[in-house]
Design a protein around this ligand. Structure first.
Ligand code: FES
Length: 82
């Protein structure tokens, strides 16, 4: 999406079993809390072929792996500075 921060969470089965649902929830809440809905394209994607490193996120072309509830918050801060 033009002009928007592209956040793609892997929805593959391995990332699912590694807890991607928690990560989705945190990102959704962050988008709502910071009124970023118009600035972010948050969507799911197929397996990134990095299953052993899940949960995984692709943010503006950069991969983040082994996400935890804390590390995804750090990624969001790095991206949006809020
Ligand atoms: S299931 Fe997420 S990288 Fe494969």
């Amino acid at each position: 999406m033009e002009g928007k921060t592209d956040l793609q969470i892997c929805l593959g089965s391995s990332c699912f079993s590694r807890g991607n649902k928690k990560i989705v929830k945190i990102i959704d809440e962050y988008i709502k809390a910071n009124n970023l809905a118009g600035k972010v394209y948050f969507h799911g994607g197929h397996c990134f072929s990095k299953c052993e490193k899940g949960p995984s996120l692709l943010a503006n072309g950069k991969y983040y792996h082994n996400l935890s509830e804390d590390s995804v918050k750090e990624v969001l801060f790095e991206l949006f500075k809020i």
